[in-house]
Every structure is written in C-alpha cells, then in structure tokens.
Ligand binder design. Structure first.
Ligand code: ZN
Ligand code: ZN
Length: 158
C-alpha cells in the first residue's frame, strides 16, 4: 500500500510502499524512551519504495545493549521520529507509523519485547499475533516464536 508521511512541523515529507501485515508495536525500553510513549509502532519499507520529498532528517545513532547500531532519523526542528535504518547503505527503512497519513489503516498486528510493556497498555489484542520475549501485554501472554522475533527485531535494532 502506498503511504505518505510528514513530521509534525511539516518540513519533512516522504512517501513509501508498505505491507499492512507487517506493522508491529515494540515495547522495548529503547522504543519507549525514543518515542516518549508506552510503545512504538513501525512498518518496514524497502529502500526502492521510500522517497524523501522535502526536508533533511537529522540522524541519531543508537547503540543497543547488544552492540547493534541503528540510525534514528528525526526532524531537527520539531523532533518527530521519521524512521530507523542501518547506519550505512540501508536496504530498508522502518517507518514510524504515527507520522504516516494512513496510520488509521495500519494497526499493529505483531508485538515484540512484551516483557517491558507497561501495565494496561491499550491494544487491539484480539486480532494480534503476539510474539517475542516472555511477558504480557495486558492479560495476554506472549509466545516465543524465535524466527518471527528475529525478523521483527530489525524494526528497532535491539
Ligand atoms: Zn518537523
Ligand atoms: Zn524496540
């Protein structure tokens, strides 16, 4: 599906192609701190399909506990998070769904790092596939599915 996005002040605008089935919510502590929220919702876009239209994001390089480094792109004026990617030659951009104009059509269908999810986090739990480290989102126990978890980890780079 084609999406368009912009930061809060509007200086940065972009477009991309994403698959709604790949929208995930990450409850890791890095995503909590970087988003200033209980969790962060992202969707991957291949580099061929991602195009910056206006503005230049600033990059913050996050180093995870694992040593993994990820570029976190944000608007230097309003601070809105735009995407995360590899620090060199990115093949994929993990777009922050909250800045996409079509976000209402992109609910998270997977959740990861549930063990650090905040109590009472409101999600559409019924239809969610919940994967990842042991933990809970609300009353739902997370399952361990290592393959899915590894694939989703690229979204936040833990
Ligand atoms: Zn901005
Ligand atoms: Zn995360």
């Amino acid at each position: 599906m084609k999406v368009t996005g912009q930061c809060h002040c509007g200086k940065i605008t972009y477009e991309a192609e994403v698959e709604p089935a790949r929208v995930s919510a990450c409850h890791c502590t890095d995503c909590q701190r970087l988003s200033g929220s209980a969790f962060r919702v992202s969707v991957p876009a291949p580099k061929e399909a991602f195009r910056l239209l206006t503005g230049t994001p600033r990059i913050y390089v996050k180093t995870a506990e694992s040593g993994n480094k990820r570029a976190q792109a944000f608007c230097p004026d309003c601070g809105a998070p735009i995407y995360a990617s590899a620090i060199s030659d990115p093949q994929m951009y993990s777009l922050r769904v909250g800045c996409l104009d079509q976000r209402a059509q992109l609910p998270p269908v997977k959740q990861i790092w549930c063990r650090s999810s905040l109590e009472g986090t409101p999600m559409h739990r019924d239809k969610n596939v919940i994967v990842g480290r042991a933990g809970r989102v609300g009353n739902v126990e997370c399952r361990h599915t290592a393959t899915q978890f590894a694939a989703l980890l690229r979204g936040c780079g833990r």
